[in-house]
Structure formats: structure tokens, C-alpha cells
Design a protein around this ligand. Structure first.
Ligand code: NAP
Ligand code: HSE
Length: 433
């Protein structure tokens, strides 16, 4: 085999090390698949003398980005360094130098993805980013290739491993949020600052990427409304369970006609729903297509080798395209104008938990308010609060517009019989949801 495709890698941390490991270990399989040798020529790092899990040879390490980006012998750049500004500048430089790019960077793709895809198309380069959503789960390729002939109407994803781990341990073992978060950090699932995980920002980035690809619209991180799990309590999870639900942090991208909703929020699923049994750090994305119906993609959402597998699979596709001379020919840049749904166009069912006076008239005040907005209630649970004359009321609604539900919440806060609204979550997955 005479031809060699040279790779430059930006970053040799968790994912970069995994990439080098897979390219080394699977060289025979890779060469067989792509019909040529694939060689790592240079790797950009911050610190040359850092101790590493992999031995790559000093001569291949550099701290100078131009050694990768301006080397005419390097055909493909793998960006696995993370961050936004440097990574974006290096990717632009690589594309302008006609190098194909593979990235795992969700922070970057959620904000600059559409621009970078256009730049790649302009230079007839490939830009693939499978590892940016759900790590080792090949969800982006499935949307772009496997489901290419279908019209995607809805995607619901557990796309953050840290929060799924926390919710699983809190609900199944009754453990406290803080304790399980520390454990998720120790296990390496969480970002270095876990705020992005627990406040839903990491999931929002991934959902923006899913929305952009699934709907072929330039969905930006700013278009995603998001909330996380930092306020969720074990009591909330107990009540959900009593009503037959499991809570998951869900990235939702839904299209009705040509308008889309893209959001992230803790969401309740009936215990029987497939997403309810996706536990621990695992990810899953549920996809509805008009023709295919329902499909679900499941697997490890983070970690060295699962994420590196996705990066190397993208690399294989790039190299196959080089051999065929068809890089940049895929319709990767978004095709349609983005139209976002307003709050009166978004319909959902909700779970509501509040504390109210335990006295005559309380229930009628509550139900009159819901009736005023023509919302009927589906399930209701009332429990006395020990040592007080208050009651805890937990209910679920039938479908209501987001606009009306927000008005109901606002008016509930002003009702004399209501002491405190404790929590409220979206409900999915029942037959009418
Ligand atoms: P990491 O362990 O922190 O590694 C980052 C690497 O990039 C290090 O080798 C570092 O060099 C190098 N680097 C960072 N900034 C640099 C700069 N300005 N110039 C030169 N080198 C620089 O990160 P990671 O966990 O591998 O993540 C990499 C990317 O993959 C991120 O975009 C992340 O969001 C994404 N991702 C990660 C996972 C995961 O499970 N870890 C999953 C999905 C996606 P030194 O080694 O010299 O410090
Ligand atoms: N912190 C992320 C998670 C890593 O928990 O899913 C993978 O993107």
C-alpha cells in the first residue's frame, strides 16, 4: 500500500489519546477499509513535557499550531483540544488551507457550527463532528445518512451522561444530589466546571447540534431554552415515581409544519417508556421520522475510547472521500430558514408540586384556576405536611400551551391558599403527549 494519508491532531488529552490508541491498534482494519495507510504526523499540545498515558515520540509533539495547520503534507486535522477561540481559529485556518476537519467540540459547533459548515463547503472540505453529540453513539451519521430520506419531526435525547448518572442514583438509591455529583466528577463524566452539565448547558449545546442537522436549520445555542437539574430533590423524584414517572434531563427538538421548538429540561416519562430505562452515564436519542416512525439510538455518551471511536469513524469517512475525490460534496450546510415556535405554539403536559393550606375551598380555588384556562387535570395526589396545617399537592395536567401554563403558575403564586410552588416539570411519552 503506497499512498499514505497524514493526520494532524490538535490535543492529546482524554479524547486525543484515545484517537492515537485506536489509529495505532486498528491500523490493519483502517488501511483495509480506506485502501491506504493512515499516519499521525504531528500532534499539538500545550505542554511538551507533560506525563502522558501514551508514548507517541517527542518528534511528533509540537506546541506550534502552524506545524499542523501549515504543513502541506497533512491532509486531515482532528480537533480534540476543546475550548472555543483557539479551536475555532485553528479550524478556520485548516479549512482555508484545504485540510479536512473532524472535531469533537460541542461548545464550538453549537455556536459556530453553521458558519464552519458553510466555510467547509466553500473550500470543498469535509467537516464532521460525530463525537460532539452522545460520544460513541453514531447519532449524527444516522440522521445524515441512515435517515436521510425521511423528514425528522422530533428528537428527544438523554445527551448528558453526568446528569443522567445523578438522576439515576438519586432516584434508585435515594442519595443526595451533591454527593452523587462529586462521584460523577470523580468518574470523569462531568466537565471540569460541572455547571454546564447540571444547568443543562452541555445538553443545550448538543440539542442545538441535533436540531441543526435533523431539521437542516441553523439552530444556535441561543435558540435553546434550557433548565437543569440542580434544583431537583429526592422528594420530587419520589412523587414522580408514585405517579408512575421517571425523570430524565431531555434535549428536545420538535418540528410542527416549518416551526421548531428546541429546549432542554427535566422531563417525566412513564416508567414503561424506553427513555425511562436509560440509566447511569448512558445516553440515548429517540428520533421520530414521518416515514420510519420511532427509532432509538443508545450507548456510552462520553469517555476516552467511545468518543475516540466516533472521531476515528469520521476520519475513515474523510479518507474514503479523499480516495473517491468527493470531499465537501455532501449537503452539510443547513438548507432551511430557522423559524422558532412561540410560547402559544408549544404544547405539553406538566407535573406540578405545591404546598397549600389544608382547609375547605383550597381544591376548588386550584381547579377553578385551571378551568379558567380550559386545562383539565390528569392525576392528583394530596398528602398532609407533618406538624402543620398545610398539604402537599402533586398533580399532572393534560396538554396546555406553554404560554397559558406560565400564566397559571404566575396566578397560583398569587392565590391565598397556595403557600409555595415547589417544583414543576414537563411530562412526555403518554399517548397524547
Ligand atoms: P482534555 O483532556 O482537557 O485535553 C485537551 C488537550 O488539548 C490537551 O492535550 C491539551 O494539551 C490540548 N490543548 C488544549 N488547549 C490547547 C491550546 N490552546 N493549544 C494547544 N493544545 C491545547 O480534553 P478532552 O476531554 O480530551 O476533550 C477534548 C474535546 O472533546 C472537547 O471539545 C470535549 O468537549 C470533547 N468531548 C470530550 C468527551 C470526553 O468524554 N472527554 C466526550 C465528547 C466530546 P496538554 O495535554 O499539553 O495540556
Ligand atoms: N460532560 C459530558 C457529559 C461529557 O456528562 O455528557 C460528554 O460530552
Amino acid at each position: 500500500m503506497e499512498t499514505t494519508i497524514n493526520i494532524g491532531i490538535l490535543g492529546l488529552g482524554t479524547v486525543g489519546t484515545g484517537v492515537v490508541h485506536i489509529i495505532d491498534q486498528h491500523q490493519d482494519k483502517l488501511s483495509h477499509q480506506v485502501g491506504c495507510n493512515v499516519k499521525v504526523k504531528k500532534v499539538l499540545v500545550k505542554q511538551l513535557d507533560k506525563e502522558r498515558d501514551i508514548s507517541i515520540g517527542e518528534e511528533r509533539l509540537t506546541t506550534c499550531p502552524d506545524d499542523v495547520l501549515n504543513d502541506p503534507q497533512i491532509d486531515v486535522v482532528l480537533e480534540v483540544m476543546g475550548g472555543i477561540d483557539d479551536a475555532r481559529n485553528y479550524m478556520i485556518q485548516a479549512l482555508e488551507n484545504k485540510k479536512h476537519v473532524v472535531t469533537a467540540n460541542k461548545d464550538l459547533m453549537a455556536v459556530y457550527g453553521s458558519d464552519l459548515l458553510q466555510l467547509a463547503a466553500h473550500h470543498q472540505c469535509d467537516l464532521f463532528y460525530e463525537a460532539s453529540v452522545a460520544g460513541g453513539v453514531p447519532i449524527l451519521r444516522s440522521l445524515a445518512d441512515g435517515l436521510a430520506s425521511d423528514r425528522i419531526t422530533k428528537m428527544m435525547g438523554i445527551v448528558n451522561g453526568t446528569t443522567n448518572y445523578i438522576l439515576t442514583k438519586m432516584s434508585q438509591e435515594g442519595r443526595d444530589y451533591e454527593e452523587v455529583l462529586c462521584e460523577a466528577q470523580e468518574l470523569g463524566y462531568a466537565e471540569s466546571d460541572p455547571t454546564a452539565d447540571v444547568e443543562g448547558i452541555d445538553a443545550a449545546r448538543k440539542t442545538a447540534i441535533l436540531g441543526t442537522l435533523g431539521f437542516s436549520m441553523p439552530v444556535h445555542l441561543d435558540d435553546v431554552t434550557f433548565s437543569g437539574i440542580s434544583q431537583v430533590t429526592t422528594d420530587d423524584l419520589d412523587y414522580c415515581d408514585q405517579l408512575g414517572y421517571t425523570m430524565k434531563l431531555i434535549g428536545l427538538a420538535e418540528r410542527t409544519d416549518n416551526k421548531v421548538e428546541v429546549s432542554v429540561q427535566p422531563t417525566l416519562f412513564p416508567h414503561s417508556h424506553p427513555l425511562a430505562s436509560v440509566n447511569d452515564e448512558f445516553n440515548a436519542v429517540y428520533v421520530y421520522g414521518e416515514a420510519v416512525g420511532e427509532t432509538m439510538f443508545y450507548g456510552p455518551g462520553a469517555g476516552k475510547l467511545p468518543t475516540a471511536t466516533a472521531v476515528v469513524s469520521d476520519l475513515v469517512e474523510v479518507v474514503k472521500n479523499i480516495r473517491l475525490g468527493v470531499n465537501g460534496n455532501k449537503a452539510v450546510a443547513p438548507q432551511f430558514e430557522k423559524l422558532l415556535k412561540s410560547a402559544d405554539e408549544i404544547y405539553a403536559k406538566y407535573f406540578l408540586r405545591l404546598q397549600a393550606n389544608d382547609k375547605p375551598g383550597t381544591f376548588s380555588a386550584l381547579t377553578s384556576l385551571f378551568a379558567q384556562y380550559e386545562v383539565s387535570l390528569e392525576k392528583i395526589l394530596q398528602l398532609p405536611v407533618q406538624g402543620s396545617d398545610a398539604a402537599e399537592i402533586i398533580l399532572t395536567t393534560h396538554k396546555v400551551s406553554k404560554m397559558n401554563y406560565e400564566q397559571i403558575l404566575h396566578k397560583l403564586e398569587g392565590l391565598e391558599v397556595v403557600n409555595l410552588i415547589k417544583s414543576s416539570y414537563r411530562v412526555e411519552g403518554d399517548e397524547e403527549a
